[in-house]
Design a protein. Structure first.
Length: 369
């Protein structure tokens, strides 16, 4: 998790954001929300061209001599030959972030939103600012003379409602080829932008900055993945009576009942066919809504209640499972779950084992409400 108690930025300058993909994370905040996201940024600033120097004293005297009346027979002083005009020197560029050997989030302090444009702060790319009641998207670039430009983009539907002190799941889907960017909040379509000028630059980095010094922000569960390019809402992938299976090619999906997943094969049964689909070809399985359980409900049965606080296994690029651990050997972990019973999971693709929720070093995050 990234905690921001001031306006320092979290940047990932070489995130390798795909041309068609999505950025997803969970945001929690205290106070008024004012969060800026740098998207497809190159974190390179163009230095303005140097100003031309004023004429020197000798040149000024020559101009003055030309203007004075000359006596008869007096010759004008011979003018110095003017040098040929030269092409302007190429603009200089400045890398805004020092690279480290390994790609990693970096918390940097050079950003001062009150004195610079977003182009000066993040380079060429986009910046999306999320407020409590609306979002906006800006296009950042540099002119041919090196002047920083920030252009606000018109949006299709941009009203949101986020309370002071809350949390939300933010998802941004984008398509560089179609110059499209879509914002979802808690799985619901919130806004859309189409850049007729095309995506600026070729940056693949992103950053997050909290613009309100007296507000606190926590960012967690950050994911950058590919996207199939389908513009429908995430909620359309839920059916009350059928499981939905989406294949990795991004276009094919089937509905029916997932009977089992065994030996790397998922068995899908429907009224039209019985399909055996290799797990490696699957992108996503969405179980039918009629059998889902609200884990936050007060009416949850004792059979589905944790006897003690479980451990969370976080997988990369996304996914997690909660278990009460029993034993571990090499890359295998055995544990109990009220949903699965006793199971053994493979940890080779796990990114983190989280034994406690939250951070004990920042306990005031929860106590200072």
């Amino acid at each position: 998790s990234f905690y921001s108690l001031d306006n320092r930025a979290l940047v990932y300058p070489d995130a390798n954001m795909p041309d068609i993909g999505r950025l997803k994370f969970k945001a929690e905040w205290k106070g008024r929300l004012n969060l800026t996201l740098a998207l497809h940024s190159d974190f390179t600033r163009v230095l303005p061209a140097e100003k031309k120097e004023e004429p020197k004293a000798e040149e000024a005297e020559e101009i003055e001599d030309d203007e004075k009346p000359k006596a008869e027979g007096e010759q004008k002083p011979r003018k110095k030959e003017q040098p040929e005009k030269q092409d302007p020197a190429p603009l200089q560029k400045e890398r805004l972030v020092d690279f480290r050997k390994n790609n990693a989030f970096q918390n940097i302090a050079w950003i001062n939103p009150s004195k610079r444009t977003h182009a000066d702060m993040f380079g060429t790319g986009y910046t999306m600012t999320l407020y409590s009641s609306y979002p906006n998207l800006s296009r950042n670039y540099f002119s041919e003379t090196g002047v920083a430009r920030t252009q606000r983009m018109a949006s299709v539907r941009s009203n949101i409602s986020l309370s002071e002190g809350g949390d939300a799941e933010i998802e941004i889907r984008y398509n560089r080829k179609e110059s499209l960017m879509i914002l979802f909040i808690n799985g619901t379509y919130a806004a859309q932008w189409n850049d007729l000028g095309g995506f600026p630059g070729d940056g693949t980095g992103f950053g997050i900055v909290n613009n309100t010094s007296n507000a606190r922000v926590r960012i967690s569960e950050v994911m950058i993945t590919s996207w199939n390019g389908m513009t429908d809402s995430a909620n359309s992938m839920v059916h009350p009576d059928r499981d939905l299976v989406l294949l990795g090619n991004g276009t094919d999906r089937f509905s029916g009942q997932v009977i089992e997943i065994k030996d790397g094969v998922a068995l899908l049964k429907s009224a039209y066919m019985n399909a055996e689909i290799p797990v490696k070809d699957l992108s996503k399985i969405v179980l039918k809504k009629s059998t889902s359980t609200d884990l936050d409900s007060d009416d949850l049965s004792e059979d589905l209640t944790w006897a003690e606080e479980p451990m969370t296994i976080v997988y990369k690029p996304f996914g997690k499972i909660r278990l009460n651990p029993i034993s571990a050997e090499r890359n295998l972990l055995s544990g109990n779950s009220p949903f699965f019973g006793e199971i053994t999971v493979d940890l080779s693709s796990a990114a983190m084992l989280r034994f406690t929720e939250g951070s004990p070093d920042l306990s005031d995050w929860f106590d200072d409400l």
